[in-house]
Structures are given as structure tokens and as C-alpha cells.
Design a protein around this ligand. Structure first.
Ligand code: PLP
Length: 420
């Protein structure tokens, strides 16, 4: 459920007509609903209400906008970060360092050191050497780095290959069968406080059964580690819960997920860490765009909109579906392809889609664009960086400026030997 609804035939975000935002900020622009973010934060937490010790770390790569982070920090969410840049954002948003989980397969030595200096609450180790380096950096500071070992359970998450992370040949985690020996070696190091294990098998997951298989493997690992004499106090279950991209998509709810987690983790007696991203932000945002042309095509016309693959990459990257809806639909329908202005055939959002009839100058949205949208934007084709707006009731604010092509040009230099 989200807060993008028609009132008197015009699409609103909460109490603000999207046309008002388009007039004030221009298009394309991402629009986020505070009410939806808060609602999702609450519903996810409530889904886990039956569990004893829970820590929620919003995976900020899904939508790292500072204002979005502030909304979620106010709801008591920590952060899962995957780079020094994301760590800086989480801290800037007021998220306590102790509530931050540092994930990622390529944390640099400088990032690890920075994380220690900031007092990050948990480092999720992706390989043994990273643990050795982290332990050394921590020991040199007279610290013990709080950490978990991320394991790869070799489970096919049943999602798009590019967002699947728990198969044996994916780059993430250590093979679960090697984890006991590795855990023992790392736990023996002075500079590390190895609290448990972590897992994250993929994103846009729709089949809880596969996740439960992965969690069961982690449960057996925890038992084996305890049998070997290790003290296990934390298990990080990752993120990955999918969201409906189509009106009739049926996805497991946070409550369904919570029920499964309670069953899978019964008796573990650990603090459970969660890293939800998409499920919090996905349906809290739309990409608002204007139709530039309706270009006749061989079979269907091309609706050319002013948003493009550089603004919303998911269709080009994952063949992802985003519902397309007119801001002020006439009631007529048309069959069309929807594409952006970028000079790539991949800059196509939909082919042969049944959509609201639109004409040049009309406003429309791509729905469910709050996660993995603006954060993946680029300036390809020397387009500007798309701005972001946050709505709260009847007010709205630009929470990320449009970065104009001139600003990007101004950061480039011609070396003196090429100057005329
Ligand atoms: C991307 C990621 C997440 C969040 O995934 P969602 O599908 O957005 O919930 C959580 N944990 C890690 C380690 C990730 O890489």
C-alpha cells in the first residue's frame, strides 16, 4: 500500500498534486511519500514483533537520500552500508554508529579503518583476509572489531540473476562448509569480536521457502559453531523481501516473513539483525515524467518521455517492470512502447504495453521507483542528475537538487597542452 492516489482524477502524493511538483521542480523528478516510508518501517517492524531481540538496519543503498534516511532514523532504524560514502550518509542522517552494519565484498582498508574510528556496530566479513586485516587495524587501535562472518549458503533465491547473491558461484560470502574452520581462525585473533554469522541471498525475493532453506542452513552452522565452543550472540539475516511491481503481484508480507523467521530461528537465542531495503522504500516513490512526443511506430507508437535509463536504470539493467500511469488520465487507453531520449535501444521502459492514453505534454509516473531508482542514476548522454522531492502531508521539499549538465561540465578540465 502506498500514498499515491487519484483525487478528482488527478494523481497525488499524499495531499500534493503531482502536477504541482512538476510545475515547481520540473521533470523528470523522483517523488517520495513520507507516510509510506513510515508505514513500511512500522509494518516491517510489526512483522517481526514475535521475535525476542531484533535490530533493524535499513539497507541504504536502496534509497540513500539524506531526508529518507532521517525519516527512517526517526523510526528507530539503523543502517546497512556498503561503502565509505554510505557510512558517511548514515552518520550525517543522525544514525548512531553503533546501529550501523558495514557490509560489502570490497571494503577497502581505508574504509575498514574509518569504520573502526567511527565506532561502527558490526562489520560483516566477506573473506578471511578481510577479517585478518580488520583485526590488525583494530588491535593497533586497542580495539576489538565487532563482526560477523557472511556465509554463502548456496541457495538459489529464485530472483533475477543480477540480484541473486547466495549461490555458490556468486561473489558474496564464504562457502558455508568452510565457515566453521574459518570462524575458529578468525575468532582466535585479538582484534576481533566475532559475534556470529550473516547471510543475504538476494533481492526482490518472492519465495519464502528458499529463504527458509537458507536460514535452516545457517541454523545448523550456528549449532555446529556452538558445539565447537564458540559464543554466538548475533545472526544477521540480511534483506531481500520483494515488493509488488504490478498491481496484481502477490508477494509475501512482512507478517508472513516474520512468521517464517520465527519458525526458522526458534531456539537460536541470538540477536537477529535485519537489513531491509526495497521493502521499505520501493513503493514509497514514483518517477514523475513528461511525455515529449508520441512517435508513430511500425506496430505500436513510441511514447517518448523525458525520463530515461540514466534516471531509472532497472528496466535496462534487469528487464524490470514499472507500472506507468498518467497523472490526469482521460479514461482512454492505448497500446504503446515507452522509451526515453537516450541513444540506446535499451533505453526502453516497456514494449507493447496497455497504458493510459497520453499525448505530448502530459505528465505520467513510473510507479514503485523509490528503491534502486535515483541512487542508480547517472549523467549518461550529458543529462542532468535527476532531483528528488519528499512529500509530507500537504507540504513538499526538494531533498536532492537537479544537478545540471553545466555543473558536471564545470568539473572537467582540458589539460594545458590541449589549450589553444
Ligand atoms: C542490497 C542488500 C540488502 C538489501 O536488499 P533488499 O532486497 O533491498 O532488501 C541487504 N543486505 C545486503 C548485504 C545487501 O547487499
Amino acid at each position: 500500500m502506498d500514498s499515491f492516489d487519484y483525487r478528482d482524477g488527478v494523481l497525488h502524493c499524499e495531499d500534493v498534486a503531482l502536477a504541482t511538483i512538476a510545475a515547481a521542480v520540473g521533470t523528470p523528478v523522483y517523488v517520495y511519500s513520507t507516510a509510506t516510508l513510515r508505514r513500511h518501517a512500522r509494518v516491517f517492524r510489526e512483522g517481526l514483533a514475535g521475535l525476542a531481540k531484533v535490530h533493524l538496519a535499513y539497507a541504504i543503498k536502496a534509497n540513500p537520500n539524506l531526508a529518507v534516511l532521517r525519516v527512517l532514523a526517526d523510526k528507530g532504524y539503523g543502517a546497512d552500508v556498503v561503502s565509505g560514502g554510505e557510512m558517511a550518509r548514515a552518520l550525517a542522517a543522525g544514525i548512531p554508529a553503533a546501529d550501523i552494519v558495514f557490509s560489502g565484498v570490497g571494503k577497502t582498508r581505508a574504509e575498514l579503518a574509518k569504520g573502526l574510528d567511527e565506532g561502527i556496530g558490526q562489520f560483516n566479513l566477506e573473506l578471511e583476509e578481510e577479517g585478518v586485516v580488520l583485526a590488525g587495524l583494530a588491535a593497533a587501535r586497542g580495539m576489538r572489531a565487532p563482526a560477523t562472518l557472511r556465509v554463502n549458503p548456496d541457495v538459489d533465491a529464485g530472483t533475477h540473476a543480477k540480484i541473486s547473491t547466495g549461490k555458490a558461484d556468486n561473489k558474496f560470502g564464504v562457502p558455508i562448509d568452510q565457515a566453521p574452520a574459518m570462524f575458529a581462525r578468525l575468532a582466535a585473533l585479538d582484534g576481533i569480536d566475532l559475534k556470529g554469522v550473516a547471510i543475504h541471498i538476494g533481492s526482490q525475493l518472492s519465495d519464502l521457502g528458499r529463504l527458509e532453506v537458507a536460514y535452516a542452513r545457517v541454523g545448523r552452522l550456528v549449532a555446529a559453531l556452538r558445539a565447537a565452543g564458540h559464543r554466538i550472540t548475533r545472526v544477521d539475516l540480511g534483506g531481500g523481501l520483494g515488493v509488488p511491481y504490478k498491481a496484481d503481484d502477490v508477494l509475501p508480507s512482512p507478517a508472513d516473513y516474520g512468521t517464517m523467521v520465527a519458525r526458522a530461528t526458534a531456539g537460536w537465542d541470538v540477536e537477529l539483525m535485519f537489513e531491509p531495503g526495497r521493502v521499505i522504500a520501493g513503493n514509497a516513490g514514483v518517477l514523475l515524467t513528461e511525455v515529449i512526443w508520441v512517435k508513430p511506430g511500425v506496430t505500436d507508437p513510441y511514447v517518448i518521455v523525458d525520463a530515461a535509463m540514466n534516471d531509472l536504470m532497472r528496466p535496462a539493467l534487469y528487464d524490470a517492470w514499472h507500472d506507468f500511469a498518467a497523472v490526469a488520465p482521460t479514461g482512454d487507453r492505448m497500446r504503446a512502447n515507452i522509451a526515453g531520449p537516450v541513444c540506446e535501444s535499451g533505453d526502453t521502459f516497456a514494449m507493447g504495453r496497455d497504458i493510459d492514453a497520453v499525448a505530448s505534454g502530459d505528465l505520467a509516473v513510473f510507479r514503485t521507483a523509490g528503491a534502486y531508482g535515483a541512487t542508480m542514476a547517472s549523467t549518461y548522454n550529458s543529462r542532468g542528475l535527476v532531483p528528488e522531492v519528499l512529500v509530507d502531508g500537504d507540504r513538499f521539499a526538494v531533498v536532492a537538487d537537479r544537478i545540471q549538465p553545466e555543473t558536471i561540465l564545470a568539473a572537467e578540465r582540458v589539460p594545458e597542452w590541449l589549450e589553444k
